[in-house]
Design a protein around this ligand. Structure first.
Ligand code: C2E
Ligand code: MG
Ligand code: MG
Length: 745
């Protein structure tokens, strides 16, 4: 390989390029006398000076000399006649060489036939003239001596200038390299700087060794830096290159740990004392010579220092951009990758956020150390399945994947969770919920993550284990929800929420047997927001917990008062949402509310929805059991809309089923369909559960339900939900109606 020694500059005998055939020194003879040309070449034409032959160029007047000087390169010495077509033609030519052409390295020996025309002393020093000789003085030996001295001076000046130029270029290149903060940019800069130094086109690629393997390991050699047409191979395996010729050259250079020069390619090998290795391929040939080798040696020394610098920066970067537990990119890194994609959008790119379902609960059960192991397994599986994508940990148990949308389908993600994970020798089957967003006209990465998050939240609300694609109107919906939540909080604080009570009627006697408490929100503008809209917002924000407690206390206070006033055994049904019910303090809250409101537990009926009752069966069953023990009843609301398991329903200690309004609507409809109502009624009878029909709006519906033996009914046919103020009037009217009916019987 290129050694680490600093650049040893070529000595005078090796100045001009290739080692194999040293170029002769070019000597330009300018003289209007043909004889002088002949005698000069005759005298010293066959001599070697500093181990090199001499090549003569001939000009017979100043004009010809000018043309030759302008076109020929590397003229070492000009033997110049002072007097030619004019007395100072030679001196004018000197002016032309130094001032106009700027040729400062070429040595000039003035020769004159007429000693009287000697130049002024200041001309000699001003134009850097090596020698002034009278032609008659120039014997063969004197000519040889004068030329040797001039050529030596020329060579030394060239060497000095060459090394100054190389130094300046290396310093400039090194400055560039030191500015690079990661391997990719560093490797790309090495290519361009090397191309500049070697005067080659900026086309090529570079591989850097990372880790302990050496570069000749073909399988994991990555293209780290690229330039020109090779850009598309950045970060791809070297073997993905279309040309195996290039791959072989790089491998060969890595294997032999040396530079390779061919007619159409240059492969340069660098290594550092710390065993970092790098191969740079440039797609043009360059001559192999000592000068280039020396330049590369000096460059190698600088590369070594710069690689160390980049390595430190990469380490710092790794620390900041790598998830320390899972050893995969972290959120910051994901955002950066995303930002890069947005600035150079390739075809259809997708971002998927993956949230592990119930991970918090699982973590509590298996312990956080096992939880960490589980996350590691998940990360490893995701990385394996999505090799070509970027897999990162976004937060706790949320992962992000970025890449080609076609290869990132919901099914492919779900597939990762199809087999159980092994923790402490026991299998754990997990599911994950996905929020997905396609990259399009988003302008920043944080927006994309926010969009994916909106989709993920939505997916979690609707279907755990499923997925949701983001679409624009979700943002407006989210905005509305945020505003609604703020309004609801304010309304709750300012006591603008209140409860209404819808009577429940015992269908056989048509007498009131209780009420369902329903929440109402009157806005500052005096309009009402439906609980169908605000309850889900309260649920998703957790506000439902204090809200629900307040509703329960209101309802218990009201029913206790009504029972006292009427002396009747009235019940109160209170809706309880899933979030409240699952709250660890629920039972405690229930007990305190009953106690504080001085309420009889047997007058309370908690309504839970069918989908929730069937949700997490074992924990719901335990809770329902505990509530049942307190004498509090449980009803299953909106029954018929979920997917109840009948055996489970049988085991659950519930008191009644409420037939959803949508089925009651079908009784007495234009195309009546009473099958589901009949089925629920029969089920209730079989399981000895009371059945309540909700949403009864017509006499016909009521009559049909009565004939079918439905226990209770509720609906606009009897009464709309009533405010506290309306309640006593309604109560009085209802009792009067019942009494009249009794009398009529
Ligand atoms: P839900 O528990 O099924 O309540 C029955 C809904 O049907 C009530 O709507 C009621 O006003 C309406 N309704 C009763 N009879 C009729 C009728 O004959 N025709 C029609 N068209 N509608 C009738 P509301 O009050 O708008 O409540 C909607 C849902 O909001 C409730 O459904 C319940 O799930 C929820 N909700 C209401 N208040 C609360 C509360 O305090 N806590 C919780 N967690 N949820 C509540
Ligand atoms: Mg209800
Ligand atoms: Mg209902």
């Amino acid at each position: 390989m290129a050694s680490q020694e600093s650049l040893v500059f070529a000595d005078e005998s090796e100045l001009d390029n290739t080692l194999s055939a040293p170029q002769p020194w070019k000597i330009l003879i300018v003289d209007d006398e043909k004889d002088v040309h002949e005698s000069t070449t005759l005298a010293i034409g066959r001599e070697l000076i500093c181990d090199r032959a001499l090549e003569f160029l001939h000009a017979y007047d100043a004009a010809e000399a000018r043309r030759l000087l302008s076109n020929e390169q590397h003229i070492a010495v000009v033997l110049l006649d002072v007097v030619m077509e004019s007395e100072d033609a030679g001196l004018q030519l000197v002016h032309f060489i130094r001032e106009e052409l700027g040729l400062l390295e070429t040595r000039i020996i003035l020769r004159t036939g007429q000693p009287g025309y000697a130049p002024e002393l200041n001309t000699i020093s001003r134009y850097d003239i090596n020698d002034y000789k009278s032609k008659s003085d120039l014997t063969r030996i004197k000519l040889y001596t004068a030329l040797t001295a001039a050529i030596r001076a020329y060579a030394q000046i060239r060497t000095l200038n060459g090394s100054r130029r190389s130094h300046a270029e290396i310093i400039r290149a090194s400055k560039e390299l030191l500015c690079q903060r990661n391997y990719h940019d560093f490797a790309s800069t090495v290519i361009t700087q090397l191309a500049k130094l070697l005067r080659l086109p900026e086309e090529g690629l570079a591989c850097i060794k990372q880790g302990n393997r050496d570069l000749s390991h073909r399988s994991d050699l990555l293209v780290m830096g690229t330039a020109g047409d090779f850009r598309r191979y950045t970060c791809k395996p070297l073997t993905s290159l279309a040309s195996s010729h290039i791959t072989e050259l790089v491998f060969e250079s890595a294997r032999t740990r040396d530079h390779l020069f061919t007619s159409d390619a240059t492969c340069l090998y660098f290594s550092t004392p710390d065993n970092a290795e790098m191969v740079v391929y440039l797609s043009a040939g360059s001559p192999k010579n000592r000068e280039i080798n020396a330049l590369l040696d000096l460059f190698a020394t600088n590369i070594s220092a710069c690689i160390d610098n980049v390595r430190l920066l990469e380490q710092r970067h790794e620390y900041a951009f790598l998830d320390q537990l899972l050893n995969i990119p972290n959120r910051l890194s994901f955002l950066q990758a995303l930002e890069r994609q947005l600035s150079h959008p390739p075809d259809a790119q997708q971002v998927v956020l993956i949230d592990i379902d119930q991970f918090g609960a699982l973590n509590d059960t298996i312990g956080s150390q096992n939880g960490d192991l589980l996350l590691k397994q998940i990360a490893a599986r995701l990385q394996k399945s999505f090799r070509e994508h970027i897999v990162a940990r976004i937060s706790g148990d949320t992962f992000g994947i970025l890449g080609d949308a076609e290869k990132l389908t919901p099914e492919q993600v779900s597939q990762v969770f199809s087999r159980p994970f092994e923790i402490a020798d026991s299998p754990h089957l997990l599911s994950a919920t996905q929020g997905r967003v396609l990259l399009g006209d988003q302008t920043n990465a944080a927006d994309v993550i926010a969009q994916a998050n909106v989709a993920l939240k939505r997916a979690k609300q609707t279907l755990r284990g499923g997925f949701q694609d983001f679409h624009q109107n979700m943002l407006a919906e989210t905005e509305n929800r945020v505003q609604m939540l703020q309004g609801l909080r304010r309304a709750f604080e300012q006591k603008r929420l209140f409860m209404v009570y819808q009577p429940k009627i015992a269908l056989e006697s048509e007498a009131v047997c209780g009420f369902e408490a329903l929440m109402r929100w009157r806005t500052e503008k005096g309009t009402y927001v439906s609980p169908m809209d605000f309850i889900p917002v309260a649920e998703s924000s957790g506000l439902i917990v204090p809200l629900g407690e307040w509703a329960l206390r209101e309802a218990l206070t009201r029913i206790t008062a009504l029972r006292e006033q009427s002396g009747m055994d009235l019940h109160i049904a209170v809706n309880v949402s899933m979030v409240q019910f699952a709250h660890p303090d629920f039972l405690n809250m229930l007990d305190t509310a009953l106690h504080d409101c001085n309420a009889d537990p047997s007058c309370l009926d908690l309504e839970i929805t069918e989908s929730f009752a069937m949700h997490d069966q074992s924990s719901v069953q335990a809770l329902v059991g505990a509530i049942h023990k307190r004498g509090v009843r449980i009803s299953i609301d909106d029954f018929g809309t979920g997917f109840s398991s009948l055996s489970y329903l049988e085991a659950l200690k519930v008191h009644s089923l409420k037939i959803d309004k949508s089925f009651v609507d079908r009784i007495g409809a234009e195309h009546p369909d009473t099958r589901i109502c009949e089925m629920i009624l029969r089920l209730g009878q079989a399981l000895e559960l009371s059945v309540v029909a909700e949403g009864i709006e017509t006499q016909e519906q009521m009559a049909w339900l009565q004939t079918q033996g439905c226990d209770q009914g509720q609906g606009y046919h009897f009464s709309r939900p009533l405010t506290v103020d309306q309640l006593s009037d309604w109560f009085a009217a209802h009792r009067a109606a019942i009494q009249t009916r009794e009398k009529d019987k």
